[in-house]
Design a protein around this ligand. Structure first.
Ligand SMILES: *Cc1c(COP(=O)(O)O)cnc(C)c1O
Length: 394
């Protein structure tokens, strides 16, 4: 029999769970795009996003998903034939690389594998070997959603500075924004991208490029920029209509407005704290499951793990059967092993955005039931260990 009928949980790492408040804010007749509530709302949305990003520079909104702002970030700063250094920590670093290559940009990958973060010393060493400053930008994915590896952006900045290299530091915070602490200006990121469907709890469709004056200066000479991706009109407050270069993403903006209100009501520090504790509960469960048998964290060190997504290695090929069981028997959809050599040995839990203790405890107990039912080797009792973490922290 199946026990899946009821409230389902899509625990993939994006799109994340959309709060009812966001859905209700979107449920309305089409608004006027020229005057009224919509146009009045946008400056506040941008201000809130800048505050959330700790950004003292600009924020350009686009109707797009994350792939769009990957392209926008490169288009506004680079020219064909420029060289960029991609810090490889998983599938998404390589995704950004593919976009750069398709634009005629030369790419070099500094590969760190799938289980550990960018090594600042390796970054500094590579930049030191570039006395002519051919490398125009360093592309760092803060949290790589496939491996669940988190890189230390401040340390990457320090490495670039130590090498006295002028390369722009571009950071992909699509998975981490609103989940893992990130402070753009204090940490010295020159450019950051994010999208609305993960920590921002809004259906996919709006994405953002945050940038500083140094990045904007590169816009002067960048020959990759095209009309749609040009960030200049999008950051001009007098040109709301052009913010979106045409019709604004009307309902998404109402949804996003509500999501940002929810984040501000809870307080960003509390939002980060909630993600931290829920991640710790998951880690404790995984550690316990793996205490007897081959199951383990993909990322060995806690310091290198995301608070938004967790990648788990099952050690045998039972991950697919587990995912299938959780979905069809219990209404829980887990993330797949993305970009791994053996996808059948990995699953992921998305715990970004609108998630709370009861959802995470439900996810963990369901996974435990699924492991038992499908015969996936594990030490029973991980969900109870997670409950202890929640009880101690909450
Ligand atoms: C989700 C994600 C992307 C891609 O975003 P899309 O909206 O699917 O294009 C890129 N980078 C990271 C780190 C992500 O988590």
């Amino acid at each position: 029999m199946s026990l899946q009928n009821g409230l389902t949980y899509l625990a993939i790492p994006g799109p994340s769970v959309t709060p009812d408040r966001v859905l209700q804010a979107m449920h309305r007749a089409a608004p006027n795009i020229n005057t009224g509530a919509l146009t009045e709302m946008v400056p506040d949305i941008i201000a809130d996003l800048n505050m959330m990003a700790h950004n003292e520079g600009y924020c350009a909104p686009y109707i797009s998903n994350g792939h769009g702002v990957w392209e926008a970030a490169l288009a506004n700063t680079l020219s064909r034939g420029d060289l960029v250094l991609v810090l490889g920590t998983g599938h998404f670093s390589h995704g950004w690389k593919t976009i750069a290559e398709s634009m005629g940009i030369d790419v070099e990958v500094l590969e760190f594998g799938r289980t550990s973060p960018s090594d600042p010393e390796a970054v500094a060493a590579r930049l030191a070997k570039d006395p002519d400053h051919r490398i125009k930008a360093v592309l760092c994915v803060h949290v790589d959603t496939s491996s669940s590896v988190k890189s230390d952006v401040e340390m990457v900045r320090a490495a670039i500075d130590a090498a006295r290299h002028p390369a722009l530091l571009m950071v992909d915070c699509i998975a981490s924004f609103g989940c893992d602490r990130f402070e753009m200006t204090p940490w010295g990121a020159d450019l950051m991208i994010t999208a609305c469907q993960k920590g921002l709890m809004t259906p996919p469709g709006v994405a953002f490029v945050f940038y500083n004056d140094k990045a904007d200066k590169m816009r002067e000479t960048a020959n990759c920029v095209t009309h749609y991706w040009d960030w200049r009109p999008r950051t001009d407050p007098e040109m709301f209509y052009k913010f979106f270069d045409g019709t604004a993403p009307t309902h998404h903006l109402f949804g996003l407005r509500e999501a940002l209100a929810m984040i501000s009501e809870e307080g960003l520090d509390m939002v980060w704290r909630r993600h931290t504790v829920l991640a710790q509960a998951i880690w404790a469960a995984v550690d316990h499951w793996g205490s007897d048998g081959p199951l383990e964290h993909n990322v060995p060190k806690t310091l290198h793990r995301s608070h938004a997504v967790t990648t788990i290695k099952t050690g045998d090929s039972g991950a697919l059967a587990l995912q299938e069981w959780c979905k069809t028997k219990a209404g829980l959809t887990l993330g797949i092993g993305l970009g791994m050599d053996r996808p059948d040995q990995y699953f992921r839990i998305g715990h970004m955005g609108y998630v709370n203790a009861q959802m995470i405890l439900g996810v963990l107990a369901t996974i435990e039931a699924g492991m038992k039912a499908t015969g996936l080797e594990h030490a029973p009792g991980g969900a109870a260990v997670a409950a202890e973490v929640i009880a101690a922290q909450a």
